[in-house]
Write a protein that binds this ligand. Structure first.
Ligand code: NDP
Length: 236
């Protein structure tokens, strides 16, 4: 049984972030989501924030702190792709993806750590990808940003581990969201052939693992990379 916590999920208006926020609400927590557009699930506080902008992140945290209290559980989920082959990848394609996925996580983690240090409690969950370890043709920018999260979580673990703060990485494989719906049907069929589970996962299957790693029962796990990928990345 986990005590009710104040939880923030970035990018909680759709996809995996929405499912994670929904699951935390179902488990009785106080949940805020950031969104640039749209709203989080019923029962959540939606605040506007762009994770590429530190001032916007700071304002979102200030609003959450006054409505729900300091953030105890942070799920850095907001992310984008800009896929193309290395030879065609522009500086801008690279920078935007790294600045959102890796820089955005840094900004929210840094801001959340203030309250966590004071409380001597915190759960930081970074949403990476199987691609961060496995690699993926056409995703040099995305894979680099996602493997960077592993170094980030492990460094946070070493820096803040003695203060009751854990930092872990969840590495989903292919999940049914807008991001994967963009893939052509033949590509989806091809991917399914290489996944031992022979299917994509629902976003809720990721959400259940995130709520567990953020819960009281997982307090001695930190710096871990937990795959939710149907076996796709085994050994990586
Ligand atoms: P979606 O494309 O469905 O949603 C992305 C979310 O990120 C949206 O809520 C979006 O907000 C938010 N976001 C993007 N850029 C910013 C920004 N600059 N500031 C604030 N929020 C932003 O993605 P998924 O749900 O599929 O993915 C969620 C996470 O899971 C990502 O980090 C992704 O890399 C990772 N992942 C996804 C997999 C999959 O198969 N789908 C597999 C492995 C990892 P808005 O709508 O307002 O733009």
């Amino acid at each position: 049984m986990t005590a009710p916590r104040t939880v923030l999920v970035t990018g909680g208006n759709r996809g995996i972030g929405f499912a994670i926020a929904e699951e935390f609400v179902a488990q009785g927590h106080r949940v805020a989501v950031t969104a640039r557009s749209g709203e989080g699930p019923t029962g959540t506080l939606t605040v506007r924030a762009d994770v590429t902008d530190a001032a916007s992140v700071d304002a979102a945290f200030t609003e959450i702190e006054s409505e729900l209290g300091p953030v105890e559980v942070l799920v850095a989920n907001a992310g984008i792709t800009k896929d193309t082959l290395l030879m065609r990848m522009s500086e801008d394609d690279f920078d935007q993806v790294v600045d959102t996925n890796l820089g955005g996580s840094f900004r929210v983690v840094k801001r959340a750590s203030k309250g966590m240090l004071k409380a001597r409690f915190g759960r930081i969950v970074l949403i990476s990808s199987v691609v961060g370890l496995y690699g993926s043709a056409g995703q040099v920018n995305y894979a680099a940003s996602k493997s960077g999260l592993i170094g980030m979580a492990r460094s946070i673990t070493r820096e803040l581990g003695a203060r009751g703060i854990t930092a872990n990485v969840i590495a989903p494989g292919f999940i049914e969201t807008d991001m994967t719906a963009e893939l052509p049907a033949e590509t989806q069929a091809e991917y399914k052939k290489s996944i031992p589970a022979a299917r994509f996962a629902s976003a809720n299957e990721v959400a259940k693992v995130v709520t567990w790693i953020a819960g009281d029962d997982a307090g001695y796990i930190s710096g871990a990379v937990i795959p939710v990928d149907g076996g796709l990345g085994m050994g990586h």
